[in-house]
Design a protein around this ligand. Sequence first.
Ligand SMILES: Cc1cc2nc3c(=O)[nH]c(=O)nc-3n(C[C@H](O)[C@H](O)[C@H](O)COP(=O)(O)OP(=O)(O)OC[C@H]3O[C@@H](n4cnc5c(N)ncnc54)[C@H](O)[C@@H]3O)c2cc1C
Length: 260
Amino acid sequence: MEGMAEEFIKRGGKILLSNKVEKIDDDFIYTSKEKIEYDLCIGADGPLSAVRKYIGEDCLFEIGSEYEMKYRMEENYLEFYLSKKFSHHYAWIFPKKETINVGIIGKFSMLDYFLNKLKIDGKIVSKKVGMIPYGGMKTLVKNNVALIGDAACMANPFSLGGISPAIHAAKILAKNIVNLKKYEEEIKAHPIMDSILMKGKKALEKLDDREMEIAFKRINGKEIKEIKYEDIKHLFLHPIATMKFYRIAKALIHSLKWGW
Ligand SMILES: Cc1cc2nc3c(=O)[nH]c(=O)nc-3n(C[C@H](O)[C@H](O)[C@H](O)COP(=O)(O)OP(=O)(O)OC[C@H]3O[C@@H](n4cnc5c(N)ncnc54)[C@H](O)[C@@H]3O)c2cc1C
């Protein structure tokens, strides 16, 4: 971030700190300190975007809560927990060198319950909680104003990760900075906005613990490449669960390809 800021200033950019954008209109940005005339305004102002209010559309939201915690996992894998006992969506553990990032789609009280059940205990180094806007928007551009990242509700609905979609979108925006409508068109057609991600999210939410048990009883503990048709054919006796698993698997593969 510091490197980007230095480069921006070197190229003639100006950064105004402690200057909160309160609203914008067709010509001006109104901040807590001043009124600034603009030619082009890119709203990258996060989940509660003031610029999005000008566009006049809202997003779908989830709440994410995460600790960075001193803890060493026995195995160095990313772990995902889909049980409805913990979250309607999922909980995660991302091991790092001396710490883990452990989080949940839900509140801190749910994260504490999850940690308690897994018997994970350690010094909390930092806490992060926030709204995660997802699902995209019908209008990303109005006049000379465009939205990007969380301001544009761009997080992947399935993983709820917002960084990869924002990086893809930034490249598209830079390419089309003189033609914002083209930016909007290209974003809507891009795989980060594929409808399978929303279908995967809905299927994940509707999957109950019993269906999960049906699916995993024969593949539990296996590496993905070891799974054979024999291990999954019993799923076809449960067509509704099979459809949910199909959508989850497609959304998972799509997310792994285009960014979690
Ligand atoms: C607990 C949690 C865990 C997450 N984990 C992951 C993960 O592992 N991987 C992943 O890909 N994503 C993750 N996300 C989502 C990810 O953090 C966001 O999608 C990403 O940060 C969005 O970046 P952004 O730049 O669009 O918005 P932000 O990071 O929110 O940046 C917006 C910026 O605008 C500024 N701003 C806001 N309002 C104003 C205003 N009115 N005036 C001036 N400035 C303003 C803010 O201060 C901020 O600097 C997580 C989210 C949460 C809540």
